[in-house]
Design a protein around this ligand. Structure first.
Ligand SMILES: N[C@@H](CCC(=O)N[C@@H](CS)C(=O)NCC(=O)O)C(=O)O
Length: 224
């Protein structure tokens, strides 16, 4: 039975699920949802997911949304072992901490910077940049040199964080001063199966959309 994944490639949360599915060698039946056309608000999709967000997974009639829940579900159901989501208590606790850190700090602060530009036609709030940098600095301290963020192997924490961090990079936020972070990102890019096909184009697309919105705003300001 194929797994349906409703997705948008510019969305980091969708890409993290796709990276986990790739690591598990799962075939996904990809169903693109055009958020610009508000397809997520169409009755059919609302019936499936009243919270109208992507990624949304349908596995043999079981509907699940929220990328972190989907990644852990896929590993629990389809993983041959626990390497992608270790069961060892402390490793699992550190992994969970990173998943919460990603959504609670990194995504939230990054959102405050990009969403006004993307959805409200506003200038970016440059005051958010030090907050994003501080969150990236915290992440830098978590990353101690091994390939994975919490274990010597790649886990779903890496899938989730790499999707966010590569999108932050793609919109042009400089974090080169965070050396552990840059080393980890470089290793993820060359070690995560499917990184180049799955994550890179979507992150690039997100960066381009942001930069285009920014450029059109600047032209507007110049004309005024
Ligand atoms: N916590 C959710 C966030 C999902 C989310 O915010 N998705 C956005 C796209 S990146 C979305 O679907 N927005 C459309 C909407 O909410 O109507 C996850 O990790 O899956």
């Amino acid at each position: 039975m194929p797994l349906d994944l409703y997705y948008t490639s510019s969305c980091a949360h969708c890409r993290s699920v796709m990276l986990t599915a790739k690591a598990l060698e799962l075939e996904l039946n990809l169903k693109r949802v055009d958020l610009c056309m508000k397809e997520q608000l169409q009755p059919d999709f609302l019936e499936l997911n009243p919270q109208h967000c992507v990624p949304t997974l349908v596995d043999d009639g079981f509907v699940l949304w929220d990328s972190r829940a989907i990644c852990t579900y896929l590993v629990s159901k389809y993983g041959k072992d626990d390497s992608l989501c270790p069961k060892e208590l402390r490793t699992r606790a550190m992994l969970d901490r990173l998943l919460y850190f990603d959504i609670d700090k990194l995504v939230q602060r990054f959102g405050k910077y990009v969403y006004p530009v993307l959805f409200e036609g506003q200038e970016p709030d440059k005051d958010q940049l030090p907050c994003i940098d501080e969150a990236l600095g915290c992440l830098d301290q978590f990353l101690t040199g091994q390939i994975g963020a919490v274990s010597p192997k790649i886990t779903i924490a890496d899938h989730i964080l790499v999707a966010t961090v590569s999108t932050i990079e793609a919109v042009g936020i400089d974090f080169t001063r965070h050396k552990n972070l840059c080393n980890w990102l470089r290793k993820c890019k060359s070690n995560i199966p499917g990184y180049t096909e799955i994550n890179e184009p979507g992150a690039r697309e997100a960066g381009e959309i942001f930069k285009e919105k920014l450029a059109s705003k600047e032209t507007e300001v110049d004309k005024a």
